[in-house]
Design a protein around this ligand. Structure first.
Ligand code: GLG
Length: 833
């Protein structure tokens, strides 16, 4: 026990070390520059200064983290464990300063030392440990969990190479390695003592335990180790800090020693290198998983380390494992961590000697599963043969789960063997495969989709049989995004204007308060300032683009943006057809009613996704012709922002006026970019897909540009037979746009380059681009009409922001907490000040 005196001293020391005043920040900045970076002011590089600022900020997080850990321990707080193969975090510095509430203090402190805080923020290389929406959602959720004061641990993989960096060369995407750790990562703390062995291969065997019971155990052929790296995640305006724990793969010491002792030095080094490849690289999505054995290994590595860690924590703090599901609730972010179901069963059965019924009772109470897509190619299945080889014990457990589950199905639906086959965890066929989504549904007590339409389709189509068996298991939680990063950090001018107009900044914590803008919507003063804020953001983006790509954007034109992964279902090619139509109209002198526009694209294509890469080439090919034709470039310009990531997204959202959300209805589970654009005052042109539907309801149909087939109509067309060539033949403008692409005009005379794309559209068109073409063009004409009335446009923009509060990830997290996790806030008290 500390005497009261030493406790007071400790608190004082903490206070002087991590004080929030400008002077304290300034002193620590220099201290950290000197003692951690080993530099002094005169010779420090911008990167040194960034590191010093990062450590100075981290110190302040750590003070809160310690208090959080103490509070959670003392109160035995129920904890959410978020299991995700991806976290697309984005840069930490600016967002942590905002959440600490010291952005201005830090800026002033830096300025007095002759440093420019914005330049330091620019220095940070972002951890791109995710592909797109799914990974970014996990990052928003971590931030909102801390903001909502819900104790949580995010578990993931510390990939040495995150999502590739995209360069554009000759119009094509070129992938470059993302060596984000090269210059060190000041935000993480290695925990070499928190490490677990993870086995692979080998065989299972039965033995008799001390009570003479026959039990099974797994003897893996080899083991690697997972070591914890912790990153503190601070909530906005709260003292709560949660933990993001990422696992790095290392060679197991025991194997090392063995090899060294037998004199096989190179063998030992080789084993080490091979073990480390496990967390080497994040897999880009949208690619078939064939031959991706390493990916299954990664998935098992993640869940094994994480489940072992939870059991360790439980035994250390609570005690007997019977109460495991009361202490922890585990959210499976898509099927990537679904193996956790089998792993927890294995640990409880084989290591902790529980009966099947006890272990299953706990497992089933522990897990919840979020589905993020209906696209069949993204629904993971793994060959049984691969499981046999890598995870023999888990396969046995999965078979037993399946046997018991299918008995239940047979009891409920007597004689319906077709249903049994459809629902089985094992897909029969010439190659038997494990269906990870079925494992996740059977092993969880709650399953949710990520927007109303998506959750409906999950129940009505994807998991129809399961919803008939267990209707109460299915939920919807519509996604959200954090307004801290996507408004306060990305768009400080807008944040300031909102705060001044509302008279307070409570909206940052409670986004529904944006409604206070609504009474001012007709105020000419606000409208003028609103327009100025947008113009300034457009100028910033234009400046960045000029320097990054050489392309000049005209800030006087409408900024029309589509930024997201490149995928046929998201229909970037529909947007291109619109641009080609504008081009032709301008060439033919039909400019009446046209509004000058800058079309901006951003997004990566999966390296093995040929069609997506061809779409990027097409965008750049059209850009080259359009931008170099003086007859048209007064009207339209096209720019492709290279390497769309969180950091670049933060440049784009504030500058956008029109947000393109034009996926084929029924294909985009939710979308979250749609929310980020709208929060920054862009108007949406979109289909009735994913969260677009709910955004439109929230902002009002009159403030949203709607077009296109509904999900139901799409299904109908598919059933009655969709014939894209009829659209091609019957719509002369559509025909002429596609023909122009094939004419070689955009490809230096090459008439074959874009054939795979245009042929596919005319003959198959799986995402019904041609069916929606006409409606899209007409809707774009309406966009032009309204844009020509700036007052009306601005009004709509203000209303979009005023009514977007529902799409905060704080709201989403509160819904999970109440309806799915049954967990409440555990505030950490500020005992320091
Ligand atoms: C998915 C979907 C998106 C969704 C995101 C987060 O494609 O529509 O918004 O997850 O739920 N695979 C994804 O990125």
């Amino acid at each position: 026990m500390n005497s009261p005196d030493t406790t007071v001293q400790q608190a004082k020391r903490e206070h002087t070390r991590t004080g929030m005043s400008k002077d304290a920040f300034q002193r620590d900045l220099l201290d950290n520059l000197f003692y951690i970076q080993g530099r002094f002011r005169e010779v420090a590089t911008p990167h040194d200064l960034y590191m010093a600022a990062a450590y100075t900020t981290r110190d302040r997080l750590l003070a809160r983290w310690v208090k959080s850990a103490q509070t959670f321990k003392a109160t035995h707080a129920r904890t959410v464990c978020y299991l995700s193969a991806e976290y697309l975090l984005g840069p930490h510095l600016a967002s942590n300063l905002v959440n600490l509430g010291i952005t201005e203090t830090a800026r002033a402190a830096a300025e007095e030392l002759g440093m420019d805080m914005d330049a330091l923020i620019e220095e940070e290389e972002e951890p791109g440990l995710g592909n797109g929406g799914l990974g970014r959602l996990a990052a928003c959720f971590m931030e909102s969990l801390a903001t909502c004061q819900i104790p949580a641990i995010g578990y993931g993989i510390r990939y040495e190479f995150g999502i590739f960096k995209q360069a554009i060369e000759d119009g094509w995407q070129v992938e470059k390695g993302d060596n984000w750790l090269r210059n060190g990562n000041p935000w993480e703390i290695p925990r070499p003592k928190i490490s677990f062995a993870v086995g692979f291969g080998g065989h299972t065997e039965s033995y008799r335990d001390e009570r003479s019971q026959v039990r099974l155990r797994w003897q893996p052929a080899f083991e690697i180790r997972g070591v914890a790296y912790d990153t503190p995640i601070l909530g906005y305006g709260s003292q709560n800090v949660n933990l993001l724990r990422l696992w790095k793969a290392e060679a197991s010491e025991s194997l090392d020693l063995q090899a060294f002792n037998t004199g096989d030095y190179y063998g030992a080094v080789h084993a080490k290198i091979e073990a480390e490849t496990l967390s080497k690289v994040l897999y880009p999505n949208d690619e078939p998983e064939a031959g991706k054995e390493l990916r299954l290994k990664q998935q098992y590595f993640l869940v094994s380390c994480s489940m072992q860690d939870m059991i360790r924590l439980h035994l250390n703090t609570v005690g007997p494992l019977e109460g495991f599901a009361d202490k922890f609730t585990v959210q499976l972010n898509d099927t990537h961590p679904a193996l956790a179901v089998a792993e927890l069963m294995r640990l409880l059965l084989d290591r902790h000697a529980m009966t099947w019924e006890e272990a299953w009772g706990i497992t089933h109470k522990t897990f919840c599963y979020t589905n993020h897509t209906l696209l069949p190619e993204a629904l993971e299945t793994w060959p049984v043969s691969l499981f046999e080889r890598l995870l023999p014990r888990h396969l046995e457990i999965i078979y037993e789960i399946n046997r018991r589950f299918l008995d239940e199905v047979r009891m409920r639906f007597l004689g319906d063997e077709a249903r049994v086959r459809r629902m089985s965890l094992i897909a029969e066929g010439h190659e038997r495969r494990v269906r990870m989504a079925h494992l996740a549904v059977v092993g969880s007590h709650a399953v949710n989709g990520v927007a109303k339409l998506h959750s409906y389709l999950v129940k009505a189509m994807l998991f129809k049989d399961f919803a008939e068996l267990w209707p109460e298991r299915f939920h919807n939680v519509t996604n959200g995004v954090t307004p801290r990063r996507f408004v306060v950090v990305a768009n400080p001018r807008l944040a300031k204007l909102i705060t001044e107009t509302c008279g307070q900044d409570d909206w940052i914590r409670d986004l529904e308060q944006l409604r206070a803008l609504e009474p001012h919507v007709d105020d000419a003063g606000l409208q003028g300032r609103w327009q100025e804020v947008k113009r300034a953001a457009k100028q910033d983006l234009a400046q960045w683009m000029k320097q990054a790509t050489g392309i000049e954007l005209d800030p006087e034109s409408m900024f029309d943006v589509q930024a997201k992964r490149i995928h046929e279902y998201k229909r970037q090619h529909l947007k291109v057809l619109h641009i080609v139509r504008c081009y032709q109209r301008i060439k033919q002198g039909q400019v009446q009613g046209l509004v000058p526009r800058t079309f901006i694209f951003g997004g990566k294509a999966a390296p093995g996704y040929f069609m997506a890469k061809l779409i990027i080439k097409l965008i750049n090919a059209v850009a080259e012709v359009v931008n170099n034709d003086p007859q048209v470039n007064d009207w339209i310009r096209v720019a492709f922002m290279p390497d769309f990531n969180v950091k670049n997204g933060q440049r784009l959202y504030p500058a956008a006026e029109l947000s393109e959300q034009i996926s084929l209805a029924g294909k985009e589970a939710s979308g979250t970019g749609n929310m980020k654009f709208s929060m920054n005052g862009a108007l949406t042109i979109g289909t009735l897909d994913g969260a677009n539907i709910e955004i439109r309801e929230a902002v009002g149909p009159e403030n949203f540009f709607l077009f296109g087939l509904t999900a139901e109509e799409v299904l109908q067309r598919q059933m009655t037979g969709y014939r894209p060539w009829e659209y091609y033949q019957n719509d002369p403008e559509l025909k002429s746009d596609l023909d122009l692409i094939n004419s070689g005009l955009f490809s230096h005379g090459d008439t074959q380059l874009f054939r795979p794309l245009t042929d596919n559209l005319i003959n198959h068109d799986p995402f019904m681009v041609l069916a929606d073409y006409r409606a899209y063009l007409e809707c774009q004409e309406q966009v032009d009409r309204i844009y020509r009335d700036p007052e009306r446009w601005t009004r709509m923009s203000i209303l979009n922001v005023a009514r977007i509060g529902y799409f905060s990830s704080d709201r989403a997290i509160r819904e999970y907490a109440e309806r799915i996790w049954q967990v409440g806030p555990q505030p950490v008290l500020d005992t320091e000040h």
